[in-house]
Design a protein around this ligand. Sequence first.
Ligand SMILES: NC(=O)CC[C@H](N)C(=O)O
Length: 303
Amino acid sequence: MDMDQLLAQVVQDIEPQIGSGVVADYIPALAQVDPAQFGIAVALPDGSVHGTGDWTEPFSLQSISKLFTLALALSENDESIWPRVGREPSGNAFNSLVQLEYENGIPRNPFINAGALVVTDHLAGVVGDAADSVLDFLRAEADNPQIDCDDDVAASEAAHADRNLALAHFLASYDNIRGDVPRVVDQYVRQCAIAINCRDLALAGLFLARHGLRRDGSRMLSPGQTKRINAVMLTCGTYDAAGEFAYRVGLPGKSGVGGGILAVVPGRCSVAVWGPGLDKRGNSVAGVAALDRFTALTDWSVF
Ligand SMILES: NC(=O)CC[C@H](N)C(=O)O
């Protein structure tokens, strides 16, 4: 079976799940997305991409952006983020506040909202605007200058940002947000509101399959740093469902409430899936099912 046949088989096998789950509605602009869509794309180390279904339809990047801010924060061998954020699964919802006070303002990991706000703050201190820096990176890796922030989604989330503002202010009280809180939350919201399709997302994630090398062959991260990002994705990338995701899919993966998931098969490929219907923990129902079938058919899980 070649890759195109394999992807067609995956879609056929998960057909009954397409459209199941519930679209995120706490960000009103996301509530309007038609749940009956599904796309999958696989990018190979030589830069070729295979895809099927709605794989060229843009969707909201949301929490998958947390992966790119972390990678950018760690680039140029800068490890200074780690005293400010942990590397343990939280076991709590992605937007939970409860652990932060017990743990003195150090978020459990970079992939829950609290941790991502700290990473965005750090990156803003280095590059000026974290969202612009994510956008530049995605455009370069996907070779697509059209990738952009969806201003309607950003405005919609900004108008409902009380929880993220609360998290950021609380972090600031521990001196773990150092920039201006509304400015940091604005950058966080804009990085989440980037619209991207499966094709471009798979290409943008390829550096994690290529042990830290970017599309132009330059080194962004060391192989050791790449291994560690993949490890944090495996243990924390799907919030409080990371155990179930590892059990079913067996790959590092990062999800977002736009319904996308980016998964990595180190040395072999990156896979982007999108289905807007979410399960209770905020992960795409059809997306997880497709990655489950993908690793079953290819035998490419890390286990
Ligand atoms: N899990 C997600 O994708 C959440 C991202 C969303 N922008 C939020 O902050 O709530």
